[in-house]
Design a protein. Structure first.
Lengths: 472, 472
């Protein structure tokens, strides 16, 4: 290892497997893809099974996403019952549906039984009602009841995301009994970080973290070391709110309870991490004017999904244009106004979107609330005022020199101050008001803010010019 | 509980404590704030200690953020050694520094010893070098060594975020010995989900999850049940990359190793969740043209931090204006062009930012790579073309009717198709090229994309008009 870069050595030694599949740029290696592609073309099931066998579900998911659609379907078909269905939870919805729609329901029903219930639900929830029912009807009774219970909770709730496998013991057991039970029971969940304490009616009494069990003597009773579960999650709670509980209280897992406080499942941090990513992504995409689209969507689906946002912007663009239309005579006299007016509107738009971005994010993370709203509004208005003056001076000087007209410089400077002020107010007040009316500020703020900065920018600049130069 | 809403009942029963402090809107209750405020005014230490005692660190953090700065400092002072310093990891950097700067270094040194090492580092890393050294020098030897080691790793690396407390055992121990050791040892970390297996030189051999220990008979040897730690994190790895490992492999915790593969700490999922949030937030803020600002920053600091972005936009705004300037004679003849031109530029800007948002996000999550780049570029160009035609027809008709001029309608329609096409190309190629040159596409893409759509929009529309109407 001599002479090698220290960092690389550490990383490679610790993570050789990872390095095999992924290249330097984090994408699946082309040599690996070619090898799998060749094996698929040869229908060489043996090689495929060997290569895919020790991939983690997320690695298999990345492989599926990197393959061509025909290769992908062929791979799943060739692997047959050796295909790890949990990889389907790691790919785009469009790819997942494409794969599942190509498989007989009997095979899906078989595969779903091997999965943790949360993964099974994740795959089943996107299928149409008919297929879902047929697959469920092929499952053993208890499995069917469990999955149906989770599927009965609304989308994006804790109940939908929960795992129905968990370890629960009565309060009067000792730690020793509990450990022995876990050593004997073959039906334990794949991974767990706490066990729950329940009464005979499944009502949740408390929980014990595994490290607590390991620190405790065998003779101690469960009820003496369990902690009350302050953070039990109602099954109908929105997944985003549940994620916020996990973040706030640094939870690894939490009990999910029904309306009678009976334990029905457990929500784990890995699912919550997915929810957090998904929600952050939603906010970012919404602010950019795109909805729930995925990279694997078709051209037509993507076009269609982006039209509504462009339509809304079209209406506001005509609104801004009609403001300019009010002053067509002034522009005819002084064409320089037409040249300069997009600067006033554009700078206002940029300043407004800075304020808006901060506001939308602070609302999403609940950092902005009634206690600091007044202070933040004052701050943003102050920032708008200061930056308004800074850029008024700059733009005024450049414009005045460009067109050899000090008056024009003064007018654009004054319009800049007015528009930066309007931008600050719009950037903070519009998201706040939308949020108050329960409209997602990430979706709707941008269009309103730019409408304000365009209209105010054009009106202030052209209006001041009309008045100053006394154009009839 | 009869007659009550089912959901509310479940939530309340499960989480009574939470409901005490927070109101319906998720903000700290004003009644609770008033009560704390009154106790601070009365310097009623007893009440304060009682009220604050059973708050979770994040609840205390929220309380600190909701108080006025003077109240905040007074509360920390009144609580004295009863103040839970881990709450400082839950507040804005500006608030944390304000509180810490007001405390004597001796008190900070005392408090830091009670914290997990990752929390201690989080608080110490923002202090100036001098205070940091003085506080470290007051700590016991082992504590000092541990914190200094973490502080020596660069910012935003796994080494900075890791916890230096962990449980490690030799491979030849039995599970029984291991459990007994954990029952006896009083210096265990507060919470842990796996234990590590090391050789005498602290070289990492493997790990065992706690649930595995509980499933295994006492006589079994550690080396027979441990798994190789595929996902050990080099201490110098960027925290974002470490977070990606956690996400990909659904880890709860991971060993952090130095350049010789020696175990130096453990990274836990709760810190990773913070990193994920932080990185998603950074991307969102950068795309909105704001840097690392916090809600608690002052007006001047905020103004200053937003100026660079506005300056860059100013330059591009003048560039777009100079494109308009090329056609001032045409505008003088046909003022309608000045009225309509912002529509062409603006719609292109919106379409471009849709494509750009999707691209930037896909690059951040590594969903976009060399295997699908060509396909995604084709898709975006297709979308730009289709939506270009849709909006060309719409805008062409409205503009033609507005100014009673079919030629004008035709010209704006043609310009729209050109600009939507340019928007799609710019929206995908600019982030891809920036990413290739290791420039963060979230920061720089927006300004380049709007420059393209403004310039192309104005040039296409005014240029076509000049040519068609043969303005000299």
């Amino acid at each position: 290892m001599e002479g090698q870069d220290r960092e690389t050595t550490g990383a490679r030694a610790a993570d050789e497997h990872h390095a095999d599949i992924y290249g330097e740029d984090g994408a699946v290696r082309s040599s690996f893809l070619a090898q799998i592609g060749a094996a698929i073309a040869d229908r060489d099931t043996l090689t495929l099974k060997r290569e895919v066998d020790d991939l983690h579900q997320s690695e298999l998911g990345d492989l599926l996403e990197a393959l061509h659609p025909e290769q992908r379907r062929a791979l799943v078909e060739l692997l047959g019952s050796d295909f790890d269905f949990s990889a389907l939870t790691e790919v785009d919805e469009a790819i997942r549906l494409d794969i599942v729609d190509n498989l007989p329901n009997a095979q899906i029903a078989q595969a779903v039984q091997e999965l943790d219930s949360d993964d099974a639900v994740y795959i089943l929830e996107d299928l149409d009602r008919e297929d879902q029912e047929e697959i469920l009807s092929r499952l053993p009774f208890t499995e069917r009841i469990r999955l149906r219970r989770a599927l009965d909770y609304p989308e994006e709730t804790a109940g939908r995301r929960m795992q129905t496998e968990f370890v629960a013991v009565p309060p009067f057991w000792t730690i020793g009994q509990t450990i022995d039970y876990m050593r004997e029971d073959k039906n334990l969940p794949d991974r767990f970080s706490q066990i729950f304490v329940i009464d005979p009616s499944f009502k949740l009494l408390g929980a014990i973290d595994l490290d607590q069990i390991l620190r405790t003597k065998r003779a101690v009773k469960v009820e003496d070391v369990m902690h009350e579960t302050r953070h039990a999650i109602p099954a109908t709670m929105d997944q985003e709110e549940a994620a916020r509980e996990f973040e706030q209280y640094d939870l690894l897992s939490a009990a999910v309870v029904d309306e009678n406080d009976r334990l029905v499942g457990v929500l784990t941090i890995d699912d919550v991490v997915d929810v957090i990513q998904q929600e952050a992504e939603e906010d970012l995409l919404r602010m950019g004017g795109v909805g729930d689209e995925e990279l694997s969507d078709t051209v037509l689906a993507t076009s269609r999904s982006r039209v509504p946002w462009l339509l809304v912007n079209l209406v506001t663009a005509f609104l801004a244009a009609s403001v300019i239309g009010l002053f067509d005579q002034t522009i005819e006299h002084i064409v320089a106004l037409a040249v300069l007016m997009p600067i006033v509107a554009g700078m206002g738009g940029n300043a407004g979107s800075q304020t808006m971005t901060v506001t939308v994010r602070a609302l999403a993370t609940r950092d902005l609330d009634i206690y600091n709203a007044a202070r933040i509004i004052r701050r943003e208005v102050g920032v708008g005022f200061i930056n308004g003056i800074v850029f008024a001076v700059l733009i005024g000087m450049v414009a005045g020199l460009w067109f050899h007209d000090a008056n024009l410089g003064g007018i654009i400077a004054a319009a800049m101050i007015i528009n930066m002020f309007a931008a600050a107010l719009a950037g903070i007040l519009i998201p706040l008001v939308l949020d108050r009316f329960k409209i997602d500020p990430a979706v709707a703020s941008a269009v309103f803010v730019t409408t304000v900065t365009d209209c105010v920018g054009f009106f202030a600049f052209l209006g001041l010019a009309t008045w100053w130069f006394s154009v009839p």
